[in-house]
Design a protein around this ligand. Structure first.
Ligand code: HXC
Length: 500
């Protein structure tokens, strides 16, 4: 009897709908969980929940589980709560019973201090349930907010995610999408057409390409369900289970004493010639492995997780290959949210700096680069985690201060001998302060000798040491070791008021 019920429950909306799901190149909710979680680790709850609706013929259609599979399991042996919307049941749409199931696992995740991963594949609010469906969303959102900063929350978008439904992923820490089969938007193509007369399809309005390159809503996109789920397993390993856990340490055989001599020639002779910051990132990380987030969005800044001598770290780095590595609205937003995640979850932060300043122009100013830039400043200034930086080349003006400067509580600030720390570059500086003098070249030379090197800043203690580039990995590792037990207490407040 029980076996029969279980088998019925596990069939979701039935074989025909499962075939349709497969025909779209999508796995079912249960198949997805079997890839995401360790073998046989899934413990399911609320398998026999049904809706309680008697309108619009719903009284005659009722499936066990009500369109969402919930429970907990492990990923590489570490606990995680999950919910996976089942598109074969009412299109994964969210009604009262469905929402209650999701809320139950989020509550359990918060109470047990275990992360939550939501697999979204849903037609949105269940139309037949009216305001009860909307209320269900409200209950989920409220819990996402409560969980924020307590446990890591990951949203996987594996099908439609439309209307207010997008706000749950937006409230969580990381959002991953599947290429060509997932989309996220507030209003779909039909409503857009009616209101603005724009012709736009799902993919162009809110597909993974848009959200990984234009909006920055999504952190990564993958070719198919399986690829995504396997990558999420890898990603999960970087995260602590909750905000009270000590930073993760996964021993590595990669020697930290190894000095990569090639880094000594990474900086081009011409200060305006770009170079690839990924090279430095890879050479400081264990096994050269770096898990990058938002790689196609605001490419002038790089963010992601790596491991140095076994210590899991967050890395933020300017990328001179794009917009000369300057800060702008998108890169500030991108890095700020990442810094805040690392701070909330005790993940030490490494900042690699080559920044000529903020991007000038009316586009930036009119779109409020002042407050968006201030987000990054705020994030660095409030962060109490170990904060280590290396200035490789330029660190000019406000951008120098923003990027983990000593004055924003940077703990250990290194500079390469090629570092230039100044209010602005030599040519611009001389043009402003010696506009009417004839010997401009001589003045530029003098300015360079004074400021276009790390020694002036080092002489005031703003830089703790000038290091040989090839030894960067070793020095960062030593900094991580000494900062391991860092504690910093800030004044009490109800909450902050960061520039949103
Ligand atoms: C109830 C729904 C549903 C919904 C889909 N279904 N969406 N049932 N409420 N919101 C059901 C369909 O009736 C169908 O049932 C099954 O799911 C599969 O749907 P199809 O349309 O056949 O699938 P497909 O062609 O793949 O299209 C998927 C879709 C489409 C693009 C998601 O179904 C659609 O546009 N649905 C409505 C989307 C929407 O407008 N939702 C409300 C958004 S506003 P059967 O029985 O045939 O299998 C919102 C507000 C949230 O969510 C506010 C929070 C504050």
């Amino acid at each position: 009897m029980l076996e029969k019920l279980i088998s019925e429950a596990e069939k979701g909306g039935g074989n025909k709908r499962i075939d349709t799901q497969h025909a779209k190149g999508k796995l079912t909710a249960r198949e997805r969980l079997s890839v995401l979680l360790d073998l046989d680790s899934f413990i399911e709850y609320d398998k026999f929940v049904k809706h309680n609706v008697n309108d619009f013929g719903m009284e005659n259609i009722n499936f066990f589980g009500d369109g969402v599979v919930t429970g907990h399991g492990t990923i590489l042996g570490r606990k995680v709560f999950v919910y996976a919307q089942d598109f074969t049941v009412f299109g994964g749409s969210l009604g009262a019973a469905h929402a209650k199931k999701i809320c139950k696992v989020i509550d359990m995740a918060i109470n047990t201090k275990v992360p939550i991963i939501g697999l979204n594949d849903s037609g949105g609010a269940r139309i037949q349930e009216g305001v009860n469906a909307l209320a269900g969303y409200g209950e989920v959102f409220k819990r996402n907010v409560d969980a924020s900063g307590v446990i890591p929350q990951i949203s996987l978008i594996m099908g439609p995610c439309a209307g207010g439904a997008v706000y749950s992923p937006a409230l969580t820490d990381f959002t991953f999408m599947v290429k060509n089969s997932s989309y996220m938007f507030i209003t779909g193509p039909d409503v857009v057409k009616k209101v603005t007369h724009e012709d736009v399809d799902h993919e162009t309005l809110g597909g993974s390409k848009i959200h990984t390159s234009k909006t920055g809503v999504a952190d990564c996109a993958f070719n198919n369900d399986v690829e995504m789920l396997l990558k999420v397993r890898e990603f999960f390993n970087f995260l602590p289970l909750n905000n009270q856990e000590s930073p993760r340490f996964i021993p590595s055989n990669d020697p930290v004493e190894y000095h990569d001599e090639s880094l000594n020639t990474l900086i081009p002779v011409n200060p305006n010639t770009p170079y690839d910051m990924y090279e430095l990132i890879e050479k400081i990380c264990d096994e050269r492995k770096f898990f990058e987030l938002k790689s196609d969005f605001a490419r002038n800044i790089i963010i992601g997780f790596g491991k140095i001598g076994g210590y899991i770290v967050g890395i933020v780095a300017n990328q001179p290959m794009h917009l000369a590595g300057c800060l702008d609205i998108d890169s500030s937003r991108k890095a700020a949210r990442f810094v805040r995640f690392c701070d909330a979850f005790n993940i030490p932060l490494i900042t690699l700096i080559d920044v000529p300043g903020f991007l000038p122009g009316t586009h930036q100013e009119y779109n409020n680069v002042i407050q968006h830039g201030a987000k990054l400043l705020y994030a660095y200034a409030e962060a109490t985690i170990p904060k280590i930086s290396v200035i490789t080349r330029k660190a000019y003006g406000g951008a120098y201060i923003v990027m983990n400067s000593k004055n924003l509580n940077g703990d250990i600030n290194y500079a390469w001998p090629t570092a230039e720390i100044a209010v602005m570059g030599p040519e611009s500086a001389v043009e402003i302060i010696f506009r009417h003098k004839n010997d401009q070249q001589q003045l530029i030379k003098e300015y360079k000798e004074k400021f276009a090197n790390p020694l002036f800043a080092a002489s005031y203690g703003y830089i703790d040491d000038v290091i040989t580039p090839s030894k960067s990995r070793y020095f960062i590792y030593k900094a991580l070791e000494i900062l391991k037990n860092k504690q910093m207490v800030k004044p009490w407040k109800k909450h902050d008021n960061l520039p949103l």
